[in-house]
Design a protein around this ligand. Structure first.
Ligand code: ARG
Length: 231
């Protein structure tokens, strides 16, 4: 199991929630979880000396409990570094800057920004910063879904007026065909930093991962992976 192996163990067990393209999602052909986060953590694991990196998919809200229980060594899932989460886990240095954005149906002419969401029905993914933001909007009905995909489907089906989620994920979604029925409105937020989470008691691993991330940035490998998914 992940938690109590010695520091020199050879396998790194990674948890993620794979409905978050282009960060983590099942490859159409192989079904294997692929994406920016997956390629990054595999490269980092290798750099840090792990012989094997194994990925486990689970609910987004199950990731931090799984770290605590020692069922996974790291969580990488487009996870924003927040104060609340920092109480529970260690984060690596930020590896990606994101922000929240709003999606509505293409034919919607009344919702032009976050300010127009009062009293509306908003679809979000459980346990995310998007869910938290939606919860703060006056009079809004928040519909919570286990995956990011099903939240977007709810918008398509007319069960919600808007989706609040991460900008790069919504942009990718629009490009991959979502643009047929949806569009983005308003200004996305800035400065939302993604980090890789490890258990509090596993400080050693956090240090190793930071070193690996810095090395990959220096060598240009990080940039290569970035360009593959975002250019
Ligand atoms: N960045 C947001 C958060 O930390 C959303 C992450 C959702 N990630 C996922 N793999 N579904 O709450």
């Amino acid at each position: 199991t992940a938690g109590n192996k010695p520091a020199e163990k050879k396998e790194l067990i990674v948890g993620t929630e794979p409905s978050f393209a282009p960060f983590e999602f099942p490859d159409k052909k192989s079904g294997e979880i692929t994406g920016f986060d997956m390629e990054l953590i595999k490269a980092m694991g290798k750099k840090a000396g792990f012989a094997k990196v194994t990925v486990k998919g689970m609910g987004f809200d199950a990731l931090i409990p799984a770290l605590d229980a020692g069922n996974i060594d790291v969580a990488i899932a487009g996870m924003s570094i927040t104060d609340a989460r920092k109480q529970k886990v260690n984060f690596t240095d930020p590896y990606y800057e994101s922000g929240l954005a709003t999606l509505v149906r293409k034919d919607n002419t009344t919702i032009k920004s976050l300010n127009d969401l009062k009293g509306k029905t908003i679809a979000v993914q459980l346990g995310t910063t998007g869910a938290e933001a939606a919860g703060k909007i006056e009079g809004a009905t928040v519909k919570t879904f286990d995956t990011s995909d099903t939240a977007c489907l709810e918008l398509k089906n007319g069960g919600a007026d808007a989706v609040i989620s991460d900008l790069p994920v919504l942009q990718y979604f629009l490009k991959q065909g979502g643009g047929e029925y949806a569009k983005m409105v308003g200004e996305p937020t800035k400065g939302d930093m993604y980090g890789i989470a490890t258990a509090k008691k596993n400080k050693d691993l956090a240090d190793k991962l930071n070193k690996a991330l810095a090395d990959l940035k220096k060598s240009g490998e990080y940039q290569k992976i970035y360009d593959k998914w975002f250019k």
